[in-house]
Ligand binder design. Structure first.
Ligand code: PBG
Length: 329
């Protein structure tokens, strides 16, 4: 007797396929990263990120209104800082009138309902391009965490809803949570980059912010003493559980596509929402191959964001957010 079960019955046409579909992408899935620069009227394309831009505050204002109208309700802010404002301690990060602080207010004024998340790490402000303070050729953990905590309070004061520490110092989530509580920002959330790997997929982002580690003696050439070793899996669970214990509201795995095994394991291990960052290099690969006609841009984009969600992402930080939402609307 021929098999009673024919799996192809559930794939016969689009109607039945859509009926049994397990993973659906919607605007609610996305956090939109935005790159902010000083100036007026600036909207400059990032060479290694086609159709993605650094924008001055006036254009950020227009952009967030457009995002809001598309149904995108969360942004993650990054700032590009002039070289003359950078130092080892990232002093400019604490400037109450700094670009980040002004960007937060600009977004909140333009779109009061928009959830504003901010990157917390020293690299855009660091003369050495590191997420922490460089001391004797090393990245100093505890003095860095103290500054990250001050930075978080400064962002909360400017109106940020969530701070997103992307630095991977040990113990910084607790330090940040304590500082926010002490300052009265009890409702400011923490999205922790918990399992962030030392990945070669961040290149275009470092172009966007001009934030790559500098090539100097006594300055580590890479971020491998703080970001995770990509050969490791179990360590990701440990990092994530520790961040939750320290007070993280949402945890993140980063990058996306090459780390979906980690996403699934983290999703199965925790009871807080899991975010995934589909990073700049993932964006660049799809853009570059499709510009050459080697890949179907929209099809590959949808397949990859869906794969990230299927793996366990409750939300995705992605440069494709706008493209996806326009495509599916
Ligand atoms: C830095 C930071 C990086 C990204 C987000 N925050 C780069 C890095 O760790 O060097 C990468 C994002 C991307 O590649 O899209 N704290």
């Amino acid at each position: 007797m021929f098999p009673l079960n024919r799996n192809r019955r559930l794939r016969t046409n689009e109607a039945i396929r859509s009926l049994v579909r397990e993973t659906i992408i919607s605007p609610n899935d996305f956090i939109v990263p935005l790159f902010v620069v000083e100036g007026k009227g600036i909207k400059e394309e990032i060479p290694s990120m086609p159709n993605y831009f650094r924008m001055s505050l006036d254009n950020i204002e227009k952009e967030v209104k457009e995002l809001w109208n598309l149904g995108l309700k969360s942004v993650l802010l990054f700032v590009k800082v002039a070289d003359n404002l950078k130092d080892n301690k990232g002093t400019e990060a604490l400037n109450p009138n700094g670009l980040m602080q002004r960007a937060i207010k600009t977004v909140k004024n333009a779109t009061p309902g928009m959830l504003v998340m901010t990157d917390v790490a020293l690299d855009p402000f660091s003369s050495f391009g590191h997420d922490g303070i460089v001391e004797n050729g090393q990245i100093a953990n505890d003095i860095t965490s103290a500054i990250l905590a001050e930075m978080s309070v400064s962002h909360a004061h400017a109106g940020a809803d969530f701070v997103a520490p992307s630095d991977m110092m040990d113990g910084r989530i607790l330090e940040i949570r304590d500082a926010l509580e002490d300052a009265g920002y009890i409702n400011t959330g923490i999205l922790a980059y918990s399992a962030k790997y030392a990945s070669a997929h961040y290149g275009p982002f470092r172009d966007a912010l001009d934030s790559a580690p500098v090539d100097l003696v006594d300055v580590p050439k890479d971020k491998k003493t703080y970001q995770m070793d990509y050969h490791n899996r179990i360590e990701a669970i440990r990092e994530t559980l520790m961040d939750i214990e320290e007070g993280a509201d949402i945890v993140m795995v980063k990058p996306g596509i090459a780390y979906l095994d980690i996403v699934r394991e983290v999703k199965n291990a925790v009871e807080v929402p899991v975010a995934v960052y589909q990073v700049s290099g993932e964006y660049a690969m799809i853009k570059a191959a499709s510009q050459r006609g080697w890949l179907d841009h929209d099809a590959v984009m949808m397949e990859q964001v869906t794969a990230i969600k299927r793996a366990g992402a409750d939300m995705i930080a992605s440069y494709f957010a706008k493209d996806v939402v326009k495509l599916i609307s």
